[in-house]
Design a protein around this ligand. Sequence first.
Ligand code: ZN
Length: 324
Amino acid sequence: MEFMKGMYLIWPDNDYIDKAIDSGINKFFFAMQHSTKDIIESVFEKYSDKVEIIPMECFIDGRALPRDQQFVHKGQYLEHTPCPTCKEFIKERFRIPLEMYNKYDCRSIAIDLECYGNGPGFISYFRDWEESDYLCECDRCKKFNYFEQHTINANLIGEVFGDAIIHQLCYVNPYIWRTTDYWLNEFTYEEWGVWQKILKNTRKMKKDYDATTKNSSGLWMEKFTADDYLKCLKKIVKATSNDGYWLYPQMRMSKNCFWRTHPDDPYSKRELANLPYHSFIDAPNDNTSDTEFFIKLKELNNNIDDYRSGWWFGLRKWISGWFR
Ligand SMILES: [Zn+2]
């Protein structure tokens, strides 16, 4: 099995996509809700023959849904949270990603299950699957119990996406997990740890739901110096609990990042205040960056097979297999 060398695209910047490809990154998870149709098409036109571009969308965010697609909880219509048994919602939300999927002959689709936003219209339906009482009471759903609603939701996702390989960010929701190829792990964003960040979750899935998936650990670039980022990537590559990594850059690999282009926007100010490193990852004359970042990344990628072979790796892989 090939180790995933992935990257998240949020505000695509061709210069940095080129640098990433040149250093060995070959799967791009494209969060399409932030780009215009023209930008989306241009990325596919330019890169879909060279690398795998994976159309991605999220289920819960600030976009208001038609009333018929809303989750009804305790008598309240939740404007930003979709009803789990509404197939129309999935088709509509993934309309452009599916269009790209078909037009550019893609193999995979990624679903982001994070709940972006908070307040009365939002519930973290996919994060809180273990302890919540989130039962949709709409006309379609009222005859189904909690387990059935989640199961129908997972089945509908399968129906809409057909033969597409499904990847899941960022929670370990077991209902969708059963049909998921890669789990794009965000617990590893800032801090590395095999048990707490990976195996604790995969073990629960294996034990309680008989579900196995591949783990790809995400690493948030704005939280690291270039040097520390590469060190952490190396740890990820060497760990047997990983089947891949994905770079998560927002501004360190894009001049089109909203926070760069709109620095005075309240959203930018809020985000930037929480992120320690804002410069380009390969910026010159900056001790948090490294002009040779991509050369070093390429070298790391070229050595993946060596790092992941030998009897000691095999033994550790066998042991971590008990928890996955
Ligand atoms: Zn419903």
